[in-house]
Design a protein around this ligand. Structure first.
Ligand code: ZN
Length: 353
């Protein structure tokens, strides 16, 4: 049974049995920060079942239904500024703050009109390197290469790793293995070099893919003035900051905010750790974000926000609006706080490591 199937079973149990309603008064917290990436009518890169990044894309129809149901259920849409205030004050009215990572063009095209329909503020976290080409969407590049080829070789500094990638199972196995090596066995800088070499070898134009996917500065400046959008920082190179030295980490956080200010005239006050899972963003990084003066910083650690997060505003959890779980009742079960306790082994906070 895949982990997605297990998660769906848990969410079905919580949302259909009434358990999440029972959990609500005890665990619901003060609100939740939603995390989105792509919002597109059709799921990208779905090669008849090989779609390892499908969780990162939801449809505009689902977003519309979700925001409608959350609004009807009494959640109030607020920006991160207000969310941090409510965490500190422990406000009784539950909030939902919407965040989108990376700044995809589809956010402006398909998601922004829905945010305006519900008057829902939203924050887009942008990495200047992804905007101007110093970084690439390497995880999507790798997916496309494996999708389009029956045999893929990853050239590591120490060895060549060859995989048959004819069937969906082989493609999934290769992607999983490649990702595991690239996010843990080699440095962030080596990771990018290896994927660049692989792109050249398989004639995949990573720069064109990035430029077609990510908003440029004029587009970002325009959306930042739409009355609901706030831009937040997301490092320069979209690095997993926990894998950088103290100095490199500080520089990635600070410079990304500085460059956004230079381009838009507005200092970003909120930050999102790229990837954001525990081995990509840790307690040291939460401290650095705080020292640099960010009012909040969000992870991808699962959970709702509690009053106790007031002392940990640079280690906020989020709830992924996941393309593999596009049902409003799943999100409502998560916002009840029931899944927070399950994922955190009975604890409200997950901020110490
Ligand atoms: Zn990102």
């Amino acid at each position: 049974m895949s982990s997605n199937t297990v998660t769906k079973l848990i969410l079905d149990f919580l949302s259909l049995s009434g358990a999440s309603a029972f959990a609500k008064p005890f665990f619901s917290g003060v609100g939740g920060v939603l995390m989105l990436h792509h919002v597109e009518p059709s799921i990208k890169g779905n090669a008849g079942g090989f779609s390892p990044n499908s969780g990162l894309t939801i449809t505009p129809e689902f977003l519309d239904t979700l925001l409608g149901e959350l609004s009807d259920s009494g959640f109030e849409f607020v920006d991160l500024e207000e969310a941090t205030k409510r965490i500190q004050s422990g406000s009784a009215k539950p909030f939902v703050a919407i965040t989108l990572d990376d700044g995809y063009k589809d956010n402006a095209l398909h998601a922004a009109p829905i945010f305006h329909k519900y008057k829902a503020p939203y924050t887009i976290f942008v990495a200047p390197g992804l905007i101007d080409g110093r970084a690439t969407l390497w995880w999507e590049d790798l997916e496309r290469i494996i999708k389009d080829n029956d045999h893929v070789v990853l050239e590591l500094p120490s060895e060549k790793l060859a995989f048959e990638t004819k069937t969906i199972e082989q493609k999934n196995a290769a992607y999983e293995k490649f990702m595991q090596i690239l996010i843990s066995d080699v440095t962030e800088i080596a990771q990018r070099k290896i994927v660049n070499i692989t792109c050249k070898k398989y004639k995949f134009n990573a720069e064109a893919h990035r430029a077609n996917s990510i908003m440029d500065w004029p587009e970002l400046k325009k959306i930042a003035k739409d009355g609901l959008c706030t831009l937040g920082a997301h490092t320069i190179h979209h690095y997993a900051v926990a894998r950088l030295s103290d100095e490199e980490c500080k520089s990635q956080l600070k410079q990304s905010a500085d460059e956004i200010k230079k381009q838009t005239g507005k200092q970003p006050e909120h930050f999102a750790y790229p990837y954001g899972y525990p081995s990509a963003a840790c307690a040291r990084d939460f401290k650095i974000a705080k020292e640099l003066g960010f009012k909040s910083a969000v992870t991808t650690r699962h959970g709702v926000c509690y009053k106790q997060h007031a002392d940990h505003l640079t280690a906020l959890p989020r709830i992924s609006v996941n393309g593999d779980f596009q049902k409003p009742r799943y999100l409502k079960a998560m916002l009840s706080g029931a899944t927070t306790m399950l994922f955190n082994k009975g604890k409200k906070l997950n901020v110490d490591q």
